[in-house]
Ligand binder design. Structure first.
Ligand code: RP5
Length: 165
């Protein structure tokens, strides 16, 4: 996926290639807002040393927010949050048996002290994680802040109060 420059502002990490179908929705939103970003598949339980190295290096490259997605036991978001004081957003992904309730509880129930900002299960969560990342980056970027405000207004402008078939 996109690696616009070596200096990224948002990093998407997912636990498995099988997560990409949903997590690419986060990447699409970041692209819409022209946020330099990249996406990586790095499992916390399969490749912990590489995950540690990547989070450190991404922080040194100027990343401002991590978007993490994982299914089932879903340790990845909490592990990333343990490695950095930067904001970490977590997207629970549906697995084969519990439709993502397992991942939701794994990610949302972080003990006090190491937070993960947990979004909805699945595609809505992936999109909202990226929108929240844009808002976070926009706190120190007035033009981006205005862009997301305008984007929201445009969303509302599309609404109709007349039901259609
Ligand atoms: C998690 O296990 C991943 O985030 C993925 O959602 C789930 C299944 O992974 P695979 O067995 O498809 O690689 O760690």
């Amino acid at each position: 996926m996109t690696d616009i420059s070596n200096k990224i502002q948002a990093a998407i990490i997912m636990g498995s290639q099988s997560d990409w179908e949903i997590m690419k929705n986060a990447a699409m939103v970041l692209e819409e807002f022209n946020i330099p970003h990249e996406a990586k598949v790095i499992s916390a339980h399969r490749r912990l040393p590489y995950l540690t190295q990547y989070v450190q290096e991404a922080s040194n490259r100027g990343v401002k927010v991590f978007i993490t997605g994982a299914g089932v036991a879903a340790a990845l978001p909490g592990v990333v949050a343990a490695m950095t004081p930067l904001p970490v957003l977590g997207v629970p992904l549906p697995g084969k048996f519990l439709d993502g309730l397992d991942a939701l509880l794994s990610i949302v129930q972080m003990p006090a002290g190491i937070p993960v900002g947990t979004l909805a299960v699945g595609t809505a969560g992936a999109k909202n994680a990226a929108l929240l990342a844009v808002s976070i980056i926009g706190v120190s970027d007035p033009s981006l802040h205005k862009k997301i405000a305008d984007w929201r207004e445009a969303q509302v402008a599309k609404l109709s109060d007349t039901p259609k078939d």
